[in-house]
Design a protein around this ligand. Structure first.
Ligand SMILES: N[C@@H](CCC(=O)N[C@@H](CS)C(=O)NCC(=O)O)C(=O)O
Length: 234
């Protein structure tokens, strides 16, 4: 059994998609990051970085319980555990390269673009421009790579596609105000629409829907999500 700690945001969405694709038994456990539940000692014991997603595999290596945190680590761990969505061994250099491109580039720049357009105070035009342009540059790299290709790595659907889907699904927030945010990236748009049409995506979107997460962006939310914006507590 996998315990899957989540919030309805892009990085946990990747894991929801993997779990649904692989048909693994799992229990979804909500972590309301707007209420600060990611900072509790119990959750920090699972992810010392205080972010979702994280998993606990009750049947980890050596039949012992194992924690895994950070979406890319979880995708690699679960793909190796199940032998699914890893692609062919000859494509492993490509798989690792694209996974890290998504983990260290596409994801963080998209996240900062969203932050500076939706969460930051007014007057940060430099940051908005910087992060939108960097997100677009990563879109362009993927768009060029996907010319004539169905999947990001090799000829099959892999965890690289699952990982990239999580953030591309938020393109309308990353490129705020664009009616068709992927229109300038036709290969990426075609790829996204094909992945997004998979039945497992529809199931992944329903994970945890019964849970009501906090939506109000008040002082508690800001301190929970961006604690390093505040001086350390005395
Ligand atoms: N590198 C991490 C990033 C995780 C991350 O930023 N998670 C966000 C949700 S998408 C989160 O937990 N935000 C709440 C917080 O930062 O306190 C990963 O890929 O899992």
């Amino acid at each position: 059994m996998i315990r899957f700690y989540f919030h309805p945001t892009p990085n946990p969405a990747k894991i929801a998609l993997f779990l649904e694709e692989a048909g693994l038994a799992y229990e979804a456990i909500s972590v309301d990051t707007s209420k600060g539940e990611q900072h509790t000692p119990a959750f920090r014991a699972i992810n010392p970085n205080g972010k979702v997603p994280a998993i606990v595999d009750t049947d980890g290596p050596g039949s012992k319980e194992a924690r895994v945190f950070d979406s890319t680590a979880i995708l690699i761990y679960l793909a190796e555990k199940t032998g699914q969505f890893l692609g062919s061994p000859t494509d492993r250099p490509e798989l690792l390269s694209w996974l890290m491109f998504i983990a260290s580039g596409l994801g963080p720049f998209s996240g900062q673009a969203v932050h500076f357009q939706f969460a930051a105070p007014e007057g940060l035009a430099y940051a908005v421009n910087r992060y939108r342009r960097e997100a677009e540059r990563h879109y362009q790299v993927l768009n060029d790579h996907l010319a004539g290709r169905e999947f990001i790595v090799g000829d099959t659907y892999t965890i690289a596609d699952i990982s990239a889907w999580g953030w591309l699904d938020r393109a309308s927030r990353v490129l705020k105000g664009e009616a068709d945010p992927l229109a300038a990236f036709p290969n990426l748009k075609r790829w996204f629409e094909a992945i997004d049409a998979r039945p497992a995506v529809a199931r992944a979107r329903t994970v945890g829907k019964e849970h009501v997460f906090k939506k109000v962006n008040d002082e508690e939310t800001k301190r929970a999500l961006f604690p390093s914006n505040y001086p350390p507590a005395a």
